[in-house]
Design a protein around this ligand. Structure first.
Ligand code: IVH
Length: 715
């Protein structure tokens, strides 16, 4: 930046904003973003301001004036959206006021009936009591959360990992279906829905892209995602995106008493809601509406991949609440998978982070449901041999061989699978597949333990494939999610011996920030990107306990299992201590661990084994020494039961056991299945047996259901 105290764009900077053409304004806004972003970096990151405060303010003022005159040209990386601090390379991050969750799936009519029975059981409703649901198409696009404050659109966030998304407000403003302003709305209103592209617009876009030598898209969903995440909002504007509203996040006042009423309110505010949304009196009507929507699927003009059912009564939705990542009150009934035939060219074996040898089918590329598929999973050696998990024949015992014609199926985003094989077209020389009994990556024995469907490499951390996969998992989005450190970088660093285990990530700056071998001198890296990476790594030293436990990549411990453990133990210190002292199958710790709702023997055994294994422990200890692990704070610390361990026993009369548990947990209590010296409170209904006796002998306070409801203010 020059010394000029009043810097301005050389051509248009002195002109009145309103006098500019759109092209001139766009060009000057791009210039302003570059100037201001460079100045921000110099000031905040490098602590070396290169322009005066007055010059900075003049640029900022000019940027605001142009944005006011040309609101549609506001850039995704607009400097006016940024507040100090280090700047993200792309979009600003947004913490969702209410998590953006996903949906559980049902694949057939029985699973829809099960969904209804589960809900009735949870709510303690009889089979003949009325229960209304809404049914609507599941749009195959990407979800977006629009935040309106006093009726003005102030933020538009992508789902991201569900907790934190990216602010794409400037791009969202270019979508015609999204109002910039709404009347008579609650002061805070977050409207959620799906951004998608119609079939016609998708075809036209791909034609245009081909003509101009641009990138074409595999399907409308990818086109919608790519278009919404453009850093230059003028590109998004040229892409015809649409939006259906179907849900909401934070609200300052309720929209209605029912789901259908709330959707009608959203329509009243000017949002587009799906015309195929309908209320249904129960599973048979829901399934009938599913069939009706399925029959129209091909002529709708946009992609849908199923039907979503939601409990209509919002008070019941509130009582039902959420599991860790999905609501209990909604489910997606998916359409059957799409099928195609092709030939199997080879079977490769991949080694995962837990040593599992996974066979992958390499296929002659084939289009299935609009996507070109060239790989599919073959699950395990039994699946290839034509045996199911129970040892019984599958595909009537037909095995799969290289050279075979195989049928591929693909449902939604899941990895394509092989469903069947055509023996009539099997080449004469096709040989049965012999599954390897050594690891193709490290040569160690690969063994199958009793009861395990999977053959596993016994190499542990000496196996490079396991080590790399563990690292990739560690940096993945739901785990440490380090900006600039993805699967590709991890592989390179591992290959070059820069990182062998997670702890090494946190010493990269010390080892490669200066001196002979510097990251900034590597191909593909420079001073800025190297520093950004080191900063991004430092940012993640402070890590929530659940993310750390998930990141360790312990077998059977997924995101929700990690969350359960984190909530139960609260801090790394108590988790670690318990795991160190636990005995599998027998001890107070074991009872306490398996007493967690959602933690079974398999998960418990796996955590204890891993945490007690010497080499693993050394690696974990070295990692934790680099971190500042954040304790889990009880959800509602002002509740009288926050942090207390409670046990329910006997018959509850006002609500089901499941609802009572969920309610207690939402108030910050820990619910355990067994009474121990750690139990603070036993809630005993009629018929309480040995737990009440044990509580009495341990001096644990015991109350009845009514006293419990009074205690938590639900009476
Ligand atoms: S409701 C708390 N309704 O499906 C649940 N989701 O698999 C809120 N989706 O992330 C979601 N159409 O992106 C809902 N009519 C619909 C939907 C829908 C598409 C997407 C959404 C969500 C995903 C879950």
């Amino acid at each position: 930046m020059s010394e000029d105290q009043n810097p301005c764009h050389p051509q248009t900077g002195h002109m009145d904003a309103a006098a500019l053409s759109a092209a001139q304004a766009a060009e000057e806004l791009a210039w302003l973003a570059a100037q201001l972003n460079a100045a921000n970096t110099a000031y905040h990151r490098d602590d070396a301001p290169d322009i005066s405060d007055a010059a900075y303010d003049a640029l900022k003022k000019r940027n605001l004036a142009l944005e006011a005159a040309f609101p549609d040209l506001k850039r995704a990386d607009s400097p006016s959206e940024k507040v100090g601090g280090a700047l993200a390379e792309g979009f600003g991050k947004v913490q969702h006021a209410r998590a953006m969750l996903s949906l559980g799936n049902a694949f057939d009519d029985d699973e829809v009936a099960d969904f209804d029975s589960r809900i009735r059981r949870y709510l303690g409703m009889e089979a003949d009591q009325p229960l209304i649901y809404t049914a609507e198409p599941k749009i195959d696009g990407l979800s977006l959360s629009l935040r309106y404050e006093d009726g003005v659109l102030v933020q538009a966030a992508t789902r991201g990992d569900g907790a934190v998304g990216e602010n794409v407000a400037a791009n969202a403003r270019t979508i015609d279906d999204i109002p910039h302003q709404i009347r008579d709305a609650p002061a805070v209103l977050e409207v959620r829905g799906e951004v998608y592209m119609s079939h016609a617009d998708f075809a036209a876009l791909n034609t245009r892209q081909t003509e101009t030598g641009g990138k074409t898209f595999a399907n409308p969903r990818n086109a919608a995602a790519g278009s919404l995440r453009q850093l230059d909002a003028t590109i998004t504007r040229s892409r015809p995106l649409r939006f259906f509203a179907y849900a909401w996040g934070e609200l300052s006042s309720p929209l209605a008493e029912t789901q259908s009423g709330a959707i009608a309110r959203l329509a009243g505010f000017g949002f587009v809601t799906n015309p195929l949304t309908q209320t249904c009196a129960g599973p048979s009507e829901m399934i009938a509406h599913y069939r009706a929507i399925e029959a129209q699927r091909a002529t709708l003009g946009y992609d849908i991949d199923g039907v979503v059912y939601k409990v209509d009564d919002l008070d019941l939705q509130r009582r039902l609440g959420f599991r860790s990542t999905t609501p209990r009150w909604a489910i997606a009934h998916k359409f059957p998978a799409e099928l195609a035939w092709t030939t199997l060219e080879a079977i490769d074996i991949q080694v995962g982070r837990t040593g599992a040898l996974s066979p992958v089918a390499r296929l002659k590329p084939v289009t299935v449901g609009g996507v070109v598929v060239s790989n599919a999973t073959l699950h395990n050696e039994d699946y290839i041999a034509g045996r199911g998990g129970d040892g019984q024949p599958i595909r009537e015992g037909r095995d799969i061989r290289v050279g075979d014609w195989v049928q591929i199926y693909r449902a939604g985003d899941v990895i394509p699978k092989i469903k069947d094989v055509d023996l009539a077209r099997r080449p004469g020389d096709a040989e049965p597949y012999v599954f390897p009994d050594t690891c193709p990556e490290c040569g160690s024995d690969a063994i199958r333990e009793d009861g395990d469907a999977v053959r596993r490499c016994t190499g542990g951390i000496i196996c490079p494939a396991q080590a790399v996969e563990k690292l990739k998992h560690f940096v993945s989005r739901a785990a440490f999610d380090i900006d600039g450190l993805g699967a590709k970088q991890v592989e390179q660093f591992y290959r070059d011996g820069w990182i062998a285990a997670p702890a090494d990530i946190f010493t990269l700056r010390d080892r490669y920030g200066a001196g002979m071998q510097q990251l900034k001198n590597r191909e593909g890296w420079g001073e800025k990107s190297a520093n950004n990476l080191f900063d991004a790594i430092d940012d993640k030293r402070k890590i929530p306990l659940n993310k750390l436990i998930f990141a360790l990549g312990i077998r059977h411990v997924g995101e929700s299992g990690a969350s359960l453990l984190a909530h139960h133990y609260g801090s790394w210190a108590s988790f670690e201590l318990a795991m160190k002292e636990a005995t599998i199958g027998d001890s107070n710790i074991w009872d306490d661990l398996t007493g967690i709702d959602g933690v079974g023997d398999v998960l418990a055994t796996s955590v204890i084994t891993t945490m007690q294994q010497e080499a693993e422990r050394a690696s974990i200890d070295a990692l934790v020494a680099q971190l500042d692990v954040q304790d889990v704070v009880a959800a509602a610390s002002d509740s009288p039961v926050a942090g207390k361990t409670v046990v329910f026993t006997g018959t509850l009369e006002k609500m089901s056991r499941a609802e009572a548990k969920a309610r207690a947990e939402s108030l910050g209590a820990k619910v355990s299945g067994s009474v121990s010296a750690k139990t603070d409170l036993l809630i005993a209904g009629p018929g309480a047996g040995s737990k009440a006796t044990k509580a009495a002998s341990l001096g644990v306070e015991t109350i009845d259901e009514d006293a419990w409801l009074a205690l938590i203010g639900d009476a």
